[in-house]
Ligand binder design. Structure first.
Ligand code: F0G
Length: 460
């Protein structure tokens, strides 16, 4: 009989420097979360053990990126690092024109101001908090056109980020193409649980929008993770490199906003990119008002250098395998404890279904907010609410009631080890074992914009 050997994957890097973690006691954590109004955003990071609040700006840079910081050309205008970044955006994504911004929402602000007129409708594959807010502030209304499967945490559709073209067509018929400045497409949809859009769907969307003269604007914050899923799940792509797939995705769109703090492996930065000269001209005018000169957009030269290097590292097949592989390892370990999670497991984190975890709480008792606080109390692991608090209110002040009421365990890139993943899953299992005794929260302070960042709660 032929012997078969197990072949594990491992991270394609080794560790050169470490940051020590602080351990805390349960009484310390109880005090900290009470003082933070049961909002994990209001905790001090010093009080956190394993930080899964976000994968945004929290990744570890490589030695080459750190070396790149030393090559910062801090000229006010025409820094050489701007030209490096421009070349990377052209080479790896294929967009023609680049406007750097301090982070993703800076790009969203400028793009929304240029393209959206009051009364416009912006269809998209599920909202993102800052993206939708900028669309609304520019006078637009967001319309969700993601497939229904995306709203069902148990549905195992391989491409839950797909657009339902019938939903899009209904909007085009109702409002007319002239009221739709663009379709807003996110790759690896954050709010759906880090779920990809397929290349086939993108191509169909591209063909449809071409026919109606509507742009596709790409929120490419997690485009490389999306490309990984296409390589693994879509017919005809298993032999293509992630690098090739990323470029093909971008070629189905007309422009992009990017938070480089995610896939591009930096702690700060973002950009807007477009293939249209007129949009670029307008953006070069506006960026000076809101961000900085068009060759730095709120970034230091060194930041732009780190992004340029990070973009190249991010499209490596081995990097992406280890990145998503670690997230999948955490998801599978949680499943082995019976913890209800969004399926398929996403690209940037594991999303726990707080309604199924705490079925005795109504959505007005903030199940996901409650669960995030309980996890912190158990072990010092910091996660984030992605449910009714994040969804906020509509223009009339009514609460949105999202179908998904989730806690996001977001994994920073290249930061934690497999042993950390075990500790996280075990802590979640401990909270799951005592779930029936957990009481909900009431909101006692609500900020006007993006309330999830600063809202405060008390225990019921
Ligand atoms: N688009 C998506 C899909 C995002 O996930 C984010 C940020 C942004 C845009 C805005 O970019 O933060 O650089 O201004 N998401 C972070 C998160 C905050 O934790 O998911 P930014």
């Amino acid at each position: 009989m032929k012997a078969t050997y197990k072949r594990s994957w491992a991270e394609p890097y080794k560790i050169k420097m470490v940051e020590l973690l602080k351990m805390s006691t349960k009484p310390q954590r109880l005090k900290a979360i009470r003082e933070a109004g049961y909002n994990t955003f209001l905790l001090r990071s010093d009080d956190v053990y394993i930080d899964l609040l976000t994968d945004s700006g929290t990744s570890a840079m490589s030695d080459r990126q750190w070396a790149g910081l030393m090559l910062g050309d801090e000229a006010y205008a025409g820094s050489k690092n701007y030209y490096h970044l421009e070349a990377a955006v052209q080479q790896y994504y294929g967009y023609k024109y680049l406007i750097p911004t301090h982070q993703g929402r800076g790009a969203e602000n400028i793009l929304s101001k240029i393209l959206i007129k009051p009364g416009d409708v912006v269809p998209g594959n599920m909202y993102f908090t800052t993206t939708r807010l900028h669309q609304e502030l520019a006078g637009g209304t967001f319309a969700d056109i993601i497939i229904d499967e995306a709203h069902d945490p148990l549905n195992e559709h391989p491409f839950k980020g797909n657009v339902d073209l019938n939903k899009l067509d209904a909007i085009v018929q109702k409002y007319g193409a002239e009221k739709i400045p663009y379709v807003s497409i996110a790759t690896n949809v954050n709010m759906a649980g880090g779920q990809p859009i397929s290349m086939q769907n993108l191509k169909e969307l591209h063909a449809y929008t071409r026919k109606h003269g509507i742009r596709v604007i790409h929120d490419m914050t997690r485009v490389v993770e999306n490309a990984y899923f296409i390589q693994k799940r879509e017919d005809g792509y298993e032999k293509k490199s992630i690098r090739e797939i990323v470029k093909e995705i971008c070629s189905c769109t007309d422009g992009a906003t990017m938070s480089a703090k995610k896939d591009a492996l930096v702690n700060i930065g973002g950009f807007m990119a477009t293939n249209e000269w007129e949009v670029f001209e307008e953006a070069r005018n506006l960026v000076v008002v809101y961000e900085g000169l068009h060759t730095y957009g709120g970034l230091a030269g060194r930041d732009m250098e780190a992004i340029a290097i990070g973009i190249a590292e991010s499209v490596d097949d081995h990097h992406q395998h280890a990145r998503v592989g670690q997230v999948e390892y955490l998801g599978h370990t949680m499943e082995s404890y019976g913890i209800p999670i969004v399926k398929p497991i996403g690209g940037h984190g594991v999303f726990v279904d707080a309604r199924a975890f705490l079925p005795h709480l109504s959505q007005d008792e903030f199940p996901a907010q409650t669960l995030a606080a309980e996890l912190y109390i158990d072990s010092g692991v910091r996660t984030m609410e992605r449910g009714i608090v994040s969804a906020g209110r509509d223009a009339q002040g009514r609460n949105y009631y999202p179908k998904l009421e989730l806690v996001r365990f977001t994994i920073p890139r290249r930061v934690y080890t497999q042993a950390h993943m075990d500790v996280i899953a075990e802590s979640t299992a401990a909270v799951y074992a005592r779930r029936k005794r957990i009481k909900g929260l009431k909101m006692v302070y609500e900020p006007k914009y993006l309330r999830f960042f600063q809202a405060r709660f008390e225990r019921l």
